[in-house]
Write a protein that binds this ligand. Structure first.
Ligand code: GLU
Length: 314
């Protein structure tokens, strides 16, 4: 039996020491957009005198580029953005994700699903719901009847069965009150894909909890994932971190910088180049740190930027 979303409350959490993180997917080197997320999360951690952890999100192994994680680490270090503990690699955590999945299977929260994108599009069409070509499809629940099955069917994905009314609300520290109706906007979502890969939603929730992350600071492109993550945290009885989503860096066509839009790597080949990259990222964050002041090193700049961050975001 599935609980209503109102029955799912995060456990009361005693005040926890600040722990933030930067969680890049190693699909390429850091570009201006990912540096903004790295800098914002680092400044927030330092402004709170907290820990800043690095997690390499290489769960989607076919998309990961060999050597990219090492390149990202080197770029962060060149910018003076040092992390506090050993980086966590998602590709090494399959067993943990499987355990989390098994827990939900045992609770009848999941069901195996063999629908292809085409089947889903057809089911939506039959329901009179129009979908655009590249749009994420709201899963209409075609395989829900298989809820309670404990074994996967060959080649099936695992989806979570949402309660009938599943609206998640949360406060974003920058964007204010957020609300998403998961039934209407997402549908039962996938936690393990049919090719056996665990999804970002499952891995990020399990890892944020296991690393005791209290504050998530990341790009606004991830905002629409947050309600799903909060829902999963409630199902697992994990605490929910605070969220702050940062403005995206767009290219000249108004597209988010990414590997797909051929964003170029930030230049950290010299201390001056790294400092300039940091200054640009801080300007994008609207930090009043530059003024007439001239900085001579990344570390000197980061001290001033941390103070500017406190004024603006804390
Ligand atoms: N790995 C994700 C990305 O690079 C970020 C995940 C997160 O910060 O939650 O877009």
């Amino acid at each position: 039996m599935i609980l209503a979303v109102s029955d799912l409350k995060n456990p009361p959490s005693p005040a926890r020491a600040y722990r933030g993180r930067f969680a890049p997917s190693p699909t390429g080197p850091l570009h201006a957009g990912s540096l903004v997320a790295a800098l914002g999360s680092w400044l927030d951690a330092r402004a709170h005198q907290g820990q800043w952890l690095l997690r390499i999100e290489d769960i989607d192994t076919p998309r990961s580029v060999s050597g990219a994680a090492q390149q990202i680490e080197a770029q962060l270090q060149a910018c003076g953005l040092q992390w506090d503990d050993k980086p966590v690699w998602q590709s090494k955590r399959q067993e943990t994700y499987q355990k989390a999945l098994n827990q939900l299977i045992a609770q009848d929260q999941l069901y195996p699903c063999n629908c292809s994108r085409q089947t889903i599009a057809k089911a939506l069409e039959a329901l009179g719901i129009e979908t655009e070509r590249h749009q994420d499809l709201v899963y209409p629940g075609s395989c829900r009847g298989k809820r309670g099955l404990k074994d996967e069917i060959l080649g099936s994905a695992w989806r979570i069965a949402l309660p009938q009314h599943c609206t998640i609300e949360f406060e974003d520290r920058a964007l204010g009150h957020q609300i998403q109706n998961l039934n209407q906007e997402v549908g039962d979502f996938v936690l393990r894909r049919s090719d056996g890969l665990f999804t970002y939603q499952l891995a990020v929730v399990v890892d944020d909890a296991e690393q005791a992350i209290t504050h998530v600071v990341r790009g606004e492109d991830l905002l629409s994932n947050t309600a799903r993550q909060i829902y999963l945290q409630r199902v697992f009885h994990y605490p929910t971190p605070e969220y702050l989503h940062l403005p995206l860096v767009l290219d000249e066509f108004g597209e988010k910088l990414s590997k797909q839009t051929l964003a170029s790597a930030i230049d950290t080949s010299t201390p001056a180049a790294a400092l300039e990259a940091l200054e640009q990222a801080a300007t994008h964050l609207g930090l009043q740190v530059l003024g007439m002041q001239k900085f001579h090193s990344a570390s000197e700049f980061l001290v001033a930027a941390t103070n500017a961050w406190k004024d603006q975001y804390c």
